[in-house]
Design a protein. Structure first.
Length: 124
């Protein structure tokens, strides 16, 4: 099998090709302290983005707040424990070629100051 380069938020280790998606609406609803907004002075449109670069896209706030929501945007960074993300598969299939071989891909980050750390008794 040919090696395929992966970016953060992507897993290409089996034939399913999974991407992590974060819902900006969830960021707004939980009033995340890392969510920022700005108004584009050229068109007067207000956009929101993530200071942690969990997603790099700048999303129109009105679209995010529409009934039904805007949907997910592709994650470009590691999710913090409170980020609401889902994993979308590009291809469905059955058999060994489609079996998940990277189960930690479904977890949030366990590194960095906000990562969930395992309790390690050797520290005492
Ligand atoms: S840190 Fe997570 S919850 Fe907060 S704005 Fe970024 S993606 Fe949304």
């Amino acid at each position: 099998m040919t090696a395929i380069r992966e970016k953060t938020g992507e897993c290409r280790q089996c034939r399913s090709f999974c991407d992590k998606m974060v819902e900006p609406r969830g960021c707004v609803e939980m009033r995340c302290r890392y969510l920022y907004s700005f108004v584009d002075m050229l068109n007067g449109v207000q956009y929101v983005g993530c200071m942690q670069d969990v997603f790099a896209a700048k999303v129109e706030l009105d679209a995010v707040l529409q009934p039904g929501g805007f949907g997910g945007v592709k994650m470009t960074g590691d999710a913090l424990p409170h980020c609401q993300f889902s994993v979308e598969r590009a291809y469905e299939g059955s058999g060994e070629s489609y079996d998940c071989v990277n189960r930690r891909f479904f977890d949030c980050s366990d590194s960095g100051p906000e990562g969930i750390q395992a309790f390690d008794l050797r520290d005492v």
